[in-house]
Design a protein around this ligand. Structure first.
Ligand SMILES: O=C(O)C1=C[C@@H](OP(=O)(O)O)[C@@H](O)[C@H](O)C1
Ligand SMILES: C=C(OP(=O)(O)O)C(=O)O
Length: 435
């Protein structure tokens, strides 16, 4: 196995230019591919998740030209893909898999969609059940309720559709992006709780940038007026990734800072910018501009025992990804931190509640876990040095645990898993820590 030994850092300081947002990149690629004309996409995230979407769109017959390192021209196919039969491999990219299932089911054609073994353990039944109400023909090729899937041509009936939103918001996001392709007015009714709402807001905001407007009726129903087609905005810029920002902002708070991230700020479309509010609650000082966020905690740093951050109890449903960063930040806080309403962690890249609990314990923390919460009390004395942290092929596990090096030396196993969303994460992290 590959690993990375991070030496202990005595302080944090610096400026980081963030890579493009994963959630925005994959939405824009799909919407641009369905639009009426060429869209120049600037600052696209270059990572495994976006490579999976780019590759899939290429197989579906979308012409995508590279202009520069992270700038692409996507030639829109005007509401349908040229290739009607294909096998698509989507790795572990939820933001590629779920929306493509919805779009391909509605457009018609014969497709097979698969991913890495973990993708085949991530549920998709709520989306398939919704699409089947429209008469879509979808078959499970492995376990019932999970990828891989086969989609066959079907005569889509436009009828109000009901969808559950308590396992993943990506199902609703996928349906919202797909239904305008019918050309008719559509109604989506959400049953039960909808989780991760800021990601649905992001979907609606980006659809609007491509000229398609939906009416959000108090998160219970969504109406998509008919006769709307995706229109290229000409050029569109992908803002920096707010979830990726969380590691640097946490480092600023733990190590003293200031650490500034550039690429997201007060004008961001992403819910994960609210991670900064949580850090502020923990006692960090946060400054924000239109396109940057800075965190600091003057006087903090040096050792894990210099714990001046405050423990918090927080409902993290609105920031499911950045909330993981709070779990390792909690190692540097006084008292017990509780992160609540995070059941979705269990069905992401790994069972994140269980993985997080197991690895935090290696550092001497006392951790309690429940179906939908995690409670972390740091050790009374120093964190255990030289722990060997397993990352479960989960980019966020690797990035979260890099923060431990602000207290003690730590080993990160399989560090390359960060390629899912942030291939040069550790190089950037090294520039803001003083060792
Ligand atoms: O729509 C999106 O871009 C995402 C939604 C969230 O998933 P859930 O809705 O499953 O919580 C988030 O965890 C994921 O990284 C990206
Ligand atoms: C849950 C995540 O990814 P996905 O888009 O595959 O759901 C994530 O990036 O934390």
């Amino acid at each position: 196995m590959n690993w990375l030994d991070l030496p202990v850092a005595t302080a944090s300081q610096g400026i980081v230019q963030l890579p493009g947002s994963k959630s925005i990149s994959n939405r824009i690629l799909l919407l641009a591919a369905l639009a009426n004309d060429v869209t120049r996409v600037r600052n696209l995230l270059i990572s495994d998740d976006t490579a999976r979407m780019l590759n899939a769109l290429g197989i579906l017959g979308v012409i995508i030209d590279t202009i520069d390192q992270s700038d692409y021209d996507v030639k829109g196919c005007n509401g349908s893909f040229p290739i009607k039969q294909a096998d698509l491999f989507l790795g572990n990219a939820g933001t590629a898999f779920r929306p493509l299932v919805a779009v391909l089911s509605i457009l018609g054609g014969h497709y097979r969609l698969s991913g890495i073994p973990r993708m085949h353990e991530r549920p998709i039944a709520d989306l398939v059940n919704a699409l089947r109400q429209l008469n879509a023909e979808i078959t499970y090729l492995g376990n019932e309720g999970f990828p891989p899937l086969e989609i066959k041509p079907a005569k889509i009936q436009n009828t109000p559709v009901t969808i559950k939103g308590d396992v993943s918001s990506q199902f609703l996001s996928g349906l919202l992006m797909a239904l305008p392709l019918t050309g008719q007015t559509s109604t989506i009714n959400v049953v039960g709780t909808l989780i991760s709402k800021p990601y649905v807001e992001l979907t609606l905001a980006l659809m609007a940038r491509f000229g398609v407007h939906a009416i959000n009726e108090n998160w219970q129903s969504f109406i998509l007026p008919g006769a709307q087609t995706y229109q290229s905005p000409g050029e569109i810029f992908v803002e920096g990734d707010a979830s990726s920002a969380s590691y640097f902002l946490a480092a600023g708070a733990i190590g003293g800072g200031p650490v500034r991230v550039v690429g997201v700020g007060t004008e961001s479309l992403q819910g994960d910018v609210h991670f900064a509010d949580a850090l502020e609650q923990m006692g960090a000082s946060i400054k924000m501009g239109k396109n940057w966020i800075e965190s600091s905690f003057p006087g903090n740093g040096k050792t894990a025992l210099n714990r001046r951050l405050k423990a918090i109890e927080l409902d993290c449903n609105h920031i499911p990804d950045a909330a993981m960063t709070l779990a390792t930040t909690a190692l540097f806080a006084q008292g017990t931190t509780t992160l609540k309403n995070i059941a979705s962690w269990r069905v992401k890249e790994t069972d994140r509640i269980s993985a997080m609990a197991k690895e935090l314990r290696k550092l001497g923390a006392h951790v309690e876990e429940g179906e939908d919460f995690i409670r972390i009390t740091p050790p009374a004395t120093t964190l255990t040095p030289h722990a060997s942290i397993d990352t479960y092929d989960d980019h966020r596990m690797a990035m979260c645990f890099s923060l431990v090096s602000l207290g003690v030396p730590v080993r990160i196993n399989d560090p390359d898993c960060v390629a899912k969303t942030f291939p040069d994460y550790f190089e950037k992290f090294a520039t803001i820590v003083c060792t």
